[in-house]
Design a protein around this ligand. Sequence first.
Ligand SMILES: [Cu+2]
Length: 128
Amino acid sequence: MKQRETIALGLMALATVGTLAAIFGYERYRRATQFDVVLIARAPEYGNWDPRTITVPRGQPVRLHIRNIDTVSHGFGLPAFDVAVREIEAGTATTTTFTPDRAGEFLFLCTVWCSERHLEMTGKLVVQ
Ligand SMILES: [Cu+2]
C-alpha cells in the first residue's frame, strides 16, 4: 500500500512539473520567434504614424499592434507583404501578423481617407 501511494505521489509531481515546464517553455519559444511592434495611428496634423520607421528582422514573424488614438478611423496597408487592415476605428486597436521574407525598405500607409493630409500618412518598414 505504501509503495502505491509513493508511486501515485511521484506521478502527480511529474504531471505538475511537466505542465509547468511546457507552459514556460512555450512562452520562451513564442518570445524568441515573434517580433512585437507597437504602432500608433494619428492623422498627419496630429502626429502621423508613430514611429514613422519600423525596423524588423528578416524571416521572423512580426506581430504588429496598431493603436488608433485618433478621433477618426484609419487603415493600414503594407503592399510589399500583402498586409491590409481595412479599418481601425477611432479609439480602438488591432493586431496583424506577417513575416517579412526579404530585406529592404518598404512603404506602409493609411488606407482610410482620414484628413486633408491623408496622403502624407505614410511610413517606412526596414527589414534587415
Ligand atoms: Cu489615416
